[in-house]
Every structure is written in structure tokens, then in C-alpha cells.
Design a protein around this ligand. Structure first.
Ligand code: F0G
Length: 460
């Protein structure tokens, strides 16, 4: 079935088309790290869906109505109203983006030495938990770590694992449980409503707070509508409300589902948590009525939060990602299945089986893809996983992936076909792709700025 864009194009942005020689020079200068490329060296940019959405005419119009008051901005109250309506939380504390909200939550809710169980790690989330002295504990179901396992809700929490952790460490040693919907690092995989309810029940029984990383919550709600019994006739908006009702609060990166280029927030019902978050937000982000966002950006996010739950919009969004994934799957390219909500993840371990994980196969494949066609993707494997803070050893995640992330409302299916053609070409000559050696490693979140060089001759 063809699912066409539920919008038409009003404004366009020309794309640079770098030559092969320009791409070779660029990837060398960038130390084989796609994060370090300049965007004018890129043809199709699938680095991330974060902050790369196209805003609607209504969002641009709302920006003109931004109230830039230092305190008590009208735009803040618009945002609060939208978050109340769409998520169902009474209070909102704006932040400059998701990690700003994660920082505040980690600082107010974690005592050093406490555990923070979550359904797989996310880079910035875990970094902030560790900065606050917390210990991340992975309680996602085993299937999430297996690129080939087909499970309709591969982001689910393994309730038995979580219960065992609470049993072993004691509820007082659990800061809070953090459930991400969807799970980015597992491939954009959703969590079922049934699972959320079970986790809620367990947390309530032990008096443990349950927080949500709601960054891609609308994509998750769409998967529930499509896959979970009893939800086929429900709107995505009503499913999202039901999901959020399971949580004490959420952190949100507005740069993804909320269809804006910058912004984020924490939302909750509890007054004490609100007060503590407000006390810290003034220190790190800004007044509680702007938290690092301009008034106009809060207006755009308030409008985006309403647009994101439109059923036609979200159905097209996820279908477009599936269009790309299906093309690759049919061509025999190993990808994470089921295909997720925001991106197609190539299984670099199976794509380049001749490379050891310490030769950075996903990093090497991302660099090779850029060289082939000017398409930018992102490593999500051993480089992103970083080092264990205790042993300083490389963490060796089971998933060694390249993410082709689809920005919202930005590219057409033809762009994605160009990407699929290039990946397919690389797959046909995969044995000629060699590994990398790291030449510069920053101390935290190394994937952003690490540099690499070819690790010698590619095998013949
Ligand atoms: N949580 C999840 C699940 C994310 O994917 C991100 C960002 C954040 C939190 C942090 O939000 O960027 O606004 O500070 N993910 C981006 C990505 C960077 O490319 O996946 P932020």
C-alpha cells in the first residue's frame, strides 16, 4: 500500500552533491567519524532525527508570537497547556534539550551508589546517571540485544530481571526506574502497554518512582495501535495519554517527536519533584519558565506537540522508515528486525564478519557509506558504548550497528531509494571494506569527537 505524505512542500532547501574526490578529502579530514563532517559536505543526512525535523507553517507562524519575557512568558503557559493536554502531566519544566532534562532528573533523584534500572542504555542518559553517582542496570528483555530476534515489543522491560534487582539491592537502593519509549539503541523498538502496566505495578508495590524517556513516545504509541490487541481502533493521541498515565514523570527531547529543532522538558504531577527540579533548573538551564529555550521555541514546541499525535502524520512517518528498511531487507542486507520507528539499523557485525569488533566495523561501514554516496549515517556500536567507568575497558555491546535515521517530514522516498542503492552496492563489495584504528579518544561520549584511521590494507 502506498502511504503518501499528508502534507505538501511549501519551501525547499537545495542539497550539495559532493564529488568522489571531495568526499575522500572530507572523510579524511573528519578522522573517519561522520559526526565531524561538515553538513555542506553531505548529500543526504541520516545522521540523526534529532533537531532535524521540518517545521510546519503553523509552527513558523507560532514562532512570531513568541513572548521573550525573562519570567512568566506567555509562551511557557502555552507549552504547559499543550503538555497537559497531550501527555497528561500537570507540571512542565523546560530544558534546552533532552540531556538538560536528564541532568536535572539525575541530580534530583539519584543518591550516589543507587541503581537506575532501564530498558537498555542511551548514551547521554547513562552519562548523566553516572555523573550523579548512579549505576545503570540494563533490564531490557534479552531479545533487544539480538539483531535477529523478532519480537513485536522488543523494547519491553524484563520484569523478572527488574524484580530480581529490586530483591537483591533493596528498593531503597533503586533511585527510580527509567523506561524509554521507544528504545533507540535497540533499533527504535517499542514497549507494549501491557509491559508498562506490569512495570508500574511492580514499582508501586515497592514504592519506586517510574520515569519515562518519552523522546519517541508517539512512535511507540503508533506501534501499540498497530500491534497490540485492543488498540487498533484507538487514536495515537489517546494511546499516548494511556501510556503516560503509567509514569510519575517524563524527560523529553523535543528535538525528536515534538517536531522542533531545539528544546526539551521534564514533566510530572508531583509538587515536590517540581519544586526540586525548578530549584536546579535555574542553576543549569534558566528560569523555570524558559529553562534554556527562547519564547519562540516554546511556541513552536507547543504547536509541534499537538501535530505529533496526528494519526495520518505518524502513520506516514513510520511507513517511510519501513520503506527504506524493506528495500534493504529484500536486497539481503542484514538489518535489525523488526524495523523500528525512527531509523533502519544495519547489522555491521553480520555485514562485515571479517572484522573484529575492536576494528570498529560500524564506524568503518558508516565511513564507507559516506565515501560511496555522500550519505551520512551514525555508528551505534562499540565506539558509542564507551568504556566501563570501573575497569576502563571497552564495553563490547552485542549490537554493532550503523543507524540510518530518517528526519521527520524532510526527505522523500526517492532520497531513501538513493540511500538503499548505495548500501546495496556496498553490500555487494563488502569484503573490500577494512577496519579502523582509533587515533584520538575523548574521555566522555567519545563517539561525538573520536578520530580514526584505516587499520591497514583491506583484505583482498
Ligand atoms: N533519550 C533518547 C532516547 C535519545 O535518543 C536522545 C537523543 C536523548 C535522550 C537526549 O536528547 O539530544 O535532546 O539531548 N538522541 C539523539 C540521537 C542525539 O541522535 O539519537 P537530546
Amino acid at each position: 500500500m502506498t502511504v503518501a505524505e499528508p502534507y505538501r512542500i511549501k519551501s525547499v532547501e537545495p542539497l550539495p552533491v559532493p564529488t568522489r574526490a571531495e568526499r575522500e578529502a572530507a572523510i579524511g579530514r573528519a578522522g573517519h567519524n561522520t559526526f565531524l563532517l561538515r553538513s555542506d559536505e553531505i548529500y543526504i543526512d541520516l545522521l540523526t532525527d534529532s533537531g532535524t525535523s521540518a517545521m510546519s507553517d503553523r509552527q513558523w507562524a507560532a514562532m512570531m508570537c513568541g513572548d521573550e519575557a525573562y519570567s512568566g512568558s506567555r509562551s511557557f503557559y502555552r507549552l504547559q497547556e499543550a503538555v497537559g493536554e497531550v501527555y497528561g502531566f500537570r507540571h512542565v519544566v523546560p530544558a534546552h534539550q533532552g540531556r538538560g532534562a536528564e541532568h536535572i532528573l539525575s541530580q534530583i533523584a539519584i543518591k550516589p551508589g543507587q541503581y537506575v534500572p532501564g530498558n537498555m542504555y542511551f548514551t547521554t542518559t547513562r552519562a548523566h546517571q553516572e555523573l550523579a553517582g548512579g549505576i545503570f542496570a540494563d533490564v531490557v528483555i534479552d531479545e533487544a540485544h539480538d539483531a535477529r530476534a523478532r519480537h513485536p515489543f522488543k523494547g519491553n522491560v524484563d520484569v523478572a530481571k527488574l524484580a530480581a534487582l529490586i530483591e537483591r539491592e533493596g528498593a531503597q537502593n533503586i533511585a527510580y526506574v527509567n523506561v524509554a519509549v521507544t528504545v533507540n539503541m535497540a533499533g527504535g523498538q517499542p514497549v507494549s502497554m501491557a509491559n508498562l502496566r506490569e512495570v508500574r505495578e511492580l514499582c508501586t508495590r515497592h514504592g519506586i518512582l517510574l520515569w519515562c524517556d518519552a523522546t519517541r513516545c508517539v512512535e511507540n504509541a503508533y506501534f501499540i495501535q498497530q500491534r497490540e490487541e485492543g488498540y487498533a481502533d484507538r487514536t495515537v493521541a489517546s494511546i499516548l495519554r494511556e501510556m503516560m498515565a503509567c509514569f510519575d514523570g517524563c524527560t523529553m527531547s523535543g528535538k525528536k517527536d515534538a517536531l522542533v529543532n531545539i528544546g526539551g522538558f521534564l514533566a510530572m504531577n508531583d509538587e515536590t519533584l517540581l519544586q526540586r527540579a525548578s530549584e536546579l533548573v535555574v542553576l543549569f538551564e534558566g528560569m523555570p519558565s524558559y529553562g534554556g529555550m527562547a519564547g519562540r521555541d516554546m511556541e513552536a514546541m507547543a504547536q509541534g506537540v499537538r501535530e505529533m499525535v496526528d494519526d495520518a502524520y505518524i502513520a506516514h512517518r513510520v511507513h517511510q522508515v519501513h520503506h527504506l528498511g524493506e528495500r534493504l531487507r529484500r536486497a539481503g542486507v542484514p538489518i535489525v528486525e523488526p524495523i523500528g520507528g525512527h531509523a533502519v539499523f544495519i547489522d555491521a557485525a553480520r555485514f562485515l564478519p571479517h572484522l573484529d569488533q575492536e576494528q570498529f566495523p560500524a564506524q568503518a561501514l558508516a565511513a564507507a557509506l559516506y565515501l560511496d554516496s555522500g550519505v551520512r549515517s551514525m555508528e551505534r556500536g562499540i565506539v558509542s558504548a564507551g568504556r566501563d567507568p570501573k575497569t576502563s575497558k571497552n564495553r563490547r555491546p552485542r549490537l554493532e550497528l550503523v543507524r540510518l535515521t530518517v528526519p521527520r517530514r524532510v526527505y522523500t522516498d526517492s532520497h531513501l531509494d538513493v540511500v538503499a542503492d548505495s548500501v546495496q552496492r556496498l553490500h555487494e563489495r563488502r569484503h573490500s571494506i577494512g577496519g579502523l584504528r582509533m587515533t584520538y579518544e575523548p574521555p566522555t561520549l567519545r563517539f561525538f569527537t573520536a578520530r580514526f584511521e584505516p587499520a591497514g590494507q583491506a583484505p583482498a
